[in-house]
Design a protein around this ligand. Structure first.
Ligand code: GDP
Length: 366
């Protein structure tokens, strides 16, 4: 399951967003450190195709794909040195696939800003610096070990050493690893370290309501310019924590009308999840049986056995073949039966690269 960590300075709207995401009842309060304990919330991935499949198959249950959000305690300057809430924070974001960095772009004199003023460009740098320092500590620890191993002539250790030294150069200046523009091969060497500044970042820009439909304000524009000129491979998703909170209180069937009344097409949460899928190159395939219609998340380029492995590792190991039909053909032909009669169900083998929206039925040895 996709796991996304929510980070950001205190009082930028993290808990408000997190509450809205999960309705988990985390305390949102107007003081720093309100979110001391990490909280995990599971959110369904909205996908209209799944509902359409369920209409056709009429299964006993419908299971959407899910994303796990980890709300992590506010990061303050110096957190990585153990001054703030650093250590637990760092342990929690290490286990995530991507990071949502909530930045405050709204002005409100009633809401204290820990750094004294609203300035998302500075806030981005503060957090990046902290993440880089945390990575620096990890890399330095590893460097010691690898240097010793390299001295014994170990070829693998020598190769790793070169990559670690390159990473070290950037991190020691408080610069994120993404700035080092490492090759896929080099990144693979660093993979086991789960370095924070090599994770994809989504900036969730908490803007005023008016900015979502009207002209972008100066803070959002400044953030956009800073991210673009830096070349950071990140996405910016403007949202309003306030609107998300109001939305979460409505029954699901009323949410569309509420959004429309504000001139919005989709909730910030949906846009965040979509951006996360896009940033991580994720896609969806479906299983559609009478018991269960379900969406599964895989990486673009995954083969059929790999996709089967998301359901169960036995499915991957014992994979024989997969009956496969595109979502469109499945729907047009009214389900498995019609699609088979029409001859649009293919039998795919081990090499097949799963396409977004494929409906699949796996055959495997146990
Ligand atoms: P956190 O410390 O980052 O988790 O921030 P919170 O979610 O607790 O929000 C801090 C304060 O800012 C709370 O009083 C929220 O009601 C307020 N707040 C959050 N989002 C918005 C927003 O979009 N607009 C305004 N005006 N206030 C907000």
């Amino acid at each position: 399951m996709l796991r996304i960590g929510i980070v950001g300075l205190p009082n930028v709207g993290k808990s408000t967003l997190f509450n809205a995401l999960t309705s988990a009842g985390v305390l949102a309060a107007n003081y720093p450190f309100a979110t001391k304990d990490p909280n995990v919330g599971r959110v369904n991935v909205p996908d209209a195709r799944l509902d359409r499949l369920a209409d056709i198959v009429k299964p006993q249950r419908t299971v959407p794909a899910a994303v796990e959000f980890v709300d992590i305690a506010g990061l303050v300057k110096g957190a990585s040195q153990g001054e703030g809430l650093g250590n637990q924070f760092l342990a929690n974001i290490r286990e995530t696939d991507a990071i949502v960095h909530v930045v405050r772009c709204f002005e409100d004199d009633d809401v204290l800003h820990v750094m004294g003023s609203v300035d998302p460009v500075r806030d981005r740098e503060v957090i990046e610096f902290e993440l880089a320092l945390a990575d620096l500590a990890t890399v330095e620890k590893r460097l010691d070990r690898t240097r010793r191993a390299a001295k014994t002539g170990d070829a693998e250790a020598k190769a790793e050493l070169a990559v670690l030294e390159r990473a070290h150069e950037f991190l020691k200046e408080g610069r994120g690893l993404w700035e080092a523009k490492l090759s896929a091969e080099q990144l693979a060497v660093l993979q086991p370290l789960s370095l924070l500044t090599s994770k994809p970042i989504l900036y969730a820009a908490n803007v005023t309501d008016a900015e979502l439909t009207g002209t972008e304000g100066e803070h959002l524009r400044a953030l956009r310019a800073a991210v673009e000129s830096s070349g950071e491979p990140a996405e910016i998703v403007p949202f309003s924590a306030k609107i998300e909170a109001e939305l979460a209180e409505l029954p699901p069937e009323d949410r569309g009308d509420f959004l429309a009344s504000l001139g919005l097409e989709s909730a910030g949460l949906d846009r965040l999840i979509r951006a996360g899928y896009h940033l991580l190159g994720l896609q969806t395939y479906f299983t559609a049986g009478e018991q269960e219609v379900r969406a599964w998340t895989i990486h673009g380029g995954d083969t059929a056995p790999k996709a089967a492995g998301v359901i169960h590792t036995d499915f991957e190991r014992g994979f024989i073949k997969a009956d496969t039909v595109s979502y469109d053909e499945f729907v047009t032909n009214g389900g498995w039966k019609g699609a088979r009669e029409k001859g649009v169900v293919r039998s795919e083998g081990k090499e097949y690269v799963v396409q977004d929206g494929d409906v699949m039925l796996f055959k495997f040895n146990v």
